[in-house]
Design a protein around this ligand. Sequence first.
Ligand code: G3D
Ligand code: MG
Length: 179
Amino acid sequence: MRNKFVAKIVLLGDGAVGKTSLKRRFVYKTFDPIEQMTIGADFARVTLELNDFQVILQIWDIAGQARYKEIATSYYRGAKGAMIAFDVTRESTFQSIPKWISMLVQNAGKIPFMLVGNKIDLVNERVVSKERAEKYAESLSEWLGWNVPYMETSAKTGENVEESFLILANNVLDISLGV
Ligand code: G3D
Ligand code: MG
């Protein structure tokens, strides 16, 4: 029998950056809202085959437009990894990342997380460059002493969405196994 590994993953980031859309794209392979808007925090479950493991990701999504101060500590409890998303067309969502990181570390400890710049399909509206976000992720990696990946996604076209979740899942698995 394969080894089973269950990991809670939390999605973080300002309202409307695309958290629910990223989850929907990854879990249901669609951009269309086939599920009701989430009331309270809930999670979707995905099973992946990674190395010799059956990895069950519980992907938690913040309800509605809640801001970082309003997220209950129970949302973070037991999380093994986090995806912090911003919208490449809105500077303020990029500026919020340090607040999300500090809330995450306060409530879940130093767990692996990654940064995701979403909505790259809106090419003409982009205000946060890839280079800038990559530099920021590098500086975080130096500061923390482990790699903070940065990926650019479009939940609309699906570009890099699956890849991003797989990077996070692999990091979570490696750290949990002490690799
Ligand atoms: P949130 O869960 O972070 O609050 P949502 O964000 O997933 O609800 O997305 C907020 C809005 O951005 C939605 O539009 C959604 O369709 C749109 N969106 C999400 N991801 C992308 C993307 O990659 N590209 C583009 N172009 N739009 C995206 P509405 O109009 O429903 O508010
Ligand atoms: Mg949402």
